[in-house]
Write a protein that binds this ligand. Sequence first.
Ligand code: ATP
Length: 359
Amino acid sequence: MATIELAGLTKVHPGGVRALDGVGLSIADGEFFALLGPSGCGKTTLLRTVAGLEEPTAGTVRIGGEDVTALPPGRREVAMVFQDYALFPHMSVSENIAYPLRVRKVPGAERRARAAETAAALGLGGHLDRRPAQLSGGQQQRVALARAMACHPRAFLLDEPLSNLDARMRLSARTFLKRLQRELRVTTVFVTHDQAEALALADRVAVLEDGRVRQIGTPAEVFRRPANTFVASFIGSTPMNLLDGVVLPDGRVGVGGVPLPAGNPGAPPAPGEKVVYGVRPEYLTYVPGRTDPAAPEGGLPGEVTVVENLGSAQLVTLQGPAGAVQVVVPEDVPTPPGTAARAVPRPDRVLLYRDGELL
Ligand code: ATP
């Protein structure tokens, strides 16, 4: 087990694509760490650079305090699991799990014993003689993990390990992976473009954009206080409302001409400053009827234009002077399209952004 420290990591691919641009992060021993970001942001390049499959243009990779930047993958003692699992189709489960041990010339009897022990720990004990094609997607995933575990690596590097599973299997595989990581306490870095998966699994998340780290934090931190509008719009199953506003002399913020509470900005903006008013749909209360602009609880007025069913709740779009605003409303509240309503923000959940950065 080991810490992983990255400093100034930059990777310029042939052709000039800057896949990583000065990435620095420090992953604690035993931590479950997610690299999250949209397609093309550099997640896979970063993971491959830690594994040693990709050589950085600049910067260093330290594992367990040791500078491994110049070491080949085999000498880094990390195990990488890819999204397609890369199992050998002609080998049995047992042979697949033992393969890296064979490469390391571990004697046959010990290899088989370690494969059997690891397979048993992952609930694969009854399938040792099967071929990958005779297993479900979830079982194949566990074989790939078992193969990685059998070498007792210092860290696991997982590249979208759940992406090939169907939605329901993904959820159970997610729970299994989290429990396994808790039990083994092996430092684990996993790549995903699915913000819900990152929030559900990780101890901490790094959100990447264009090869740069935009925020590092616990799932609660990146959800509650996104450091910039990029993270604010990327995290959350329903995106945060980001509305143009201007700071009023009384400290409130005018949005579409309606004064709204300003929350608790760390650096209070001056009257007249332009800001972006951020509030999640979950932190707006839906009130049917028209606004009384004089009433402090007035909220943002609008007309119900779209209602989306979320199961136990509904996502309602209100069209008003501030543009489109989305509100999460309990399932049993009537929200007829075409009627007037308002969205009242919860003051302690309002965030203000200036030039894209949290105030
Ligand atoms: P995805 O979620 O789509 O897999 P990603 O965040 O993992 O994306 P990377 O695969 O790391 O992104 O790619 C980052 C950038 O580097 C992209 O613009 C990609 O096109 C580019 N890139 C990746 N590999 C190479 C390569 N071998 N040569 C040139 N450009 C590359």
